[in-house]
Design a protein around this ligand. Structure first.
Ligand SMILES: C[S@@+](CC[C@H](N)C(=O)[O-])C[C@H]1O[C@@H](n2cnc3c(N)ncnc32)[C@H](O)[C@@H]1O
Length: 457
């Protein structure tokens, strides 16, 4: 059953695509070739007239004729398939498959009293309104280099990352997208790579209002924030969904780099117990707003601290209380660390988080948290690279008893991938220091000893 419906979906999609390619392949239906290279948008330059086949039938016959010519209809943006002409109706047909009357299912049409007399070619005026953004940009941008391949939509904002060769066309691209994309009021281009602490994109307004406060939905959950001041990436929505799906009500989530809440808010909505943290005061403010807006305040505590401080203070205390006072076999504890450029550097905060005596009285079957740490890796064999990164920063090898999975999240750039490494914390990890930490501590003790001796002398 599922298979049949998938096949049906596939057929619908292929039919649509076939139609789309036919439009783009039919030279007469493309925008005039004179617009190639245009850098300042002149909408009137897109006007052209074209001869297209048509059927003229009485109004009473339209309902019966339409199913017979369905595959042959001319579909373009803002173009009515059926137009009233005096007392009759004009059905526009596509010039590629319909070269003459014989191209149509003539026998069926004749049974409906439609004959060659009803068939003719007519002049059709096309203009800027009749093409999609994609079609317009394809006809304008240089053919020898890659066109506009993708952009993100965040509420009313379209967010582009234009390659250098497209920069001379940025104003035009912005205007076309604003004209054509539904509810698009602002078009911005990524101004530089994200390398600031709060990971928000540096934006360059290329068209529309400098209005960055957006409302958007991710996996059905509404969010609101200022896109120019916080981190938000719609390309992570599937990953957010994967994590949230893992959680059941009463599970616990510690979200170390929470942003405006795409893990934390849906988790709190699911009645998980959430502790969410972000260093950026703007993210923290919008996180609070989103928790309130989604009516999940009772299930979430929010903090505006450095991730390490959050781990060694809030997470430490809350986790200790849970390990000591609840049955951890009845629910799961998760820790998300999505700051892929540097989250691994925070892993050593878990080493020696407790003294052995803090956890000495715990039952043997106690369940420790699962950490989901995100990381980028560049080059060949990125999966192995990311494992090594996590192991060296944690100061422990992830054997089968700890490692839960290394999952590919997305390709960020050529040769650069983002992964999630999921692993269990253990009594040993939580109560012993990382090897280098031990050495550092020993040095500090030795120095103290020397200093004391010197003082004594
Ligand atoms: C890549 S974003 C992830 C946000 C969100 N979890 C998501 O999945 O979309 C990383 C977040 O970490 C925050 N951040 C950066 N450095 C931090 C630090 N040292 N401590 C806590 N948060 C930090 C940034 O403000 C940003 O919101």
């Amino acid at each position: 059953m599922l298979m049949v419906s998938r096949l049906k979906d596939l057929t619908i999609i292929t039919n649509r695509l076939r139609h789309y390619f036919r439009n783009m392949d039919a030279k007469e239906l493309q925008p005039p070739s004179s617009v190639r290279g245009m850098q300042e948008l002149q909408r009137e330059q897109f006007r052209k007239s074209v001869q297209v086949p048509r059927l003229q039938v009485p109004e009473s016959q339209v309902q019966r004729v339409m199913p017979l010519v369905k595959k042959f209809l001319l579909k373009m943006e803002h173009l009515h398939l059926v137009k009233a002409v005096d007392k009759s109706r004009e059905i526009l047909l596509h010039p590629t498959p319909v070269k003459n009357w014989e191209s149509l299912p003539t026998e069926e049409l004749q049974r409906q009293e439609v004959t060659v007399e009803n068939f003719s070619f007519a002049e059709l005026e096309l203009s800027y309104e009749n093409w999609s953004a994609n079609e317009i940009l394809k006809s304008v941008l240089p053919t020898e280099e890659e066109g506009l391949t993708s952009y993100s939509r965040i509420g009313h904002i379209a967010h582009l990352n234009l390659r250098d060769h497209l920069l001379p066309y940025k104003q035009l691209i912005g205007q076309v997208l604003r004209d054509k994309l539904p509810n698009c009021r602002t078009v911005v281009n990524k101004a530089s790579t994200i390398d600031n602490t709060y990971r928000n994109f540096q934006l360059e307004l290329i068209c529309g209002d400098a209005e960055y406060q957006v409302e958007t939905k991710e996996n059905g959950v509404p969010f609101e924030f200022d896109f120019s001041k916080v981190y938000w990436n719609p390309r992570l929505s599937t990953e957010h969904e994967r994590i949230v799906k893992m959680l059941k009500s009463d599970d616990v989530l510690y979200d170390v780099f929470a942003g405006v809440g795409p893990f934390s808010v849906p988790a709190a909505k699911k009645r998980c117990h959430v502790l969410a943290n972000d260093l950026n005061p703007e993210s923290f403010r919008w996180l609070q707003h989103n928790a309130k807006r989604n009516k999940c305040l009772p299930n979430i505590q929010m903090f505006n601290k450095d991730g390490r401080q959050f781990i060694v203070e809030e997470l430490r205390e809350d986790l200790l209380k849970r390990l000591r006072t609840t049955d951890t076999t009845t629910y799961a504890i998760h820790i998300t660390m999505n700051l892929p450029a540097m989250a691994v550097e925070f892993l050593d905060a878990f080493r020696g988080l407790y003294r052995a005596e803090d956890l000495a009285q715990l039952p043997e079957n106690v369940c420790y948290p699962t950490v989901h740490v995100y990381s980028f890796a560049k080059g060949e064999n990125t999966k192995e690279l990311v494992r090594q990164l996590v192991e060296s920063n944690l100061g422990a090898s992830l054997d089968d008893s700890l490692l839960q999975g290394i999952n590919f999240v997305r390709n960020v750039a050529p040769n650069k991938d983002m992964y999630r490494v999921s692993f269990k914390l253990s009594l040993k990890l939580l109560t012993t220091l990382k090897e280098v930490e031990i050495t550092r501590k020993r040095y500090a003790e030795e120095e103290l000893e020397v200093a004391t001796k010197v003082k004594c002398v």
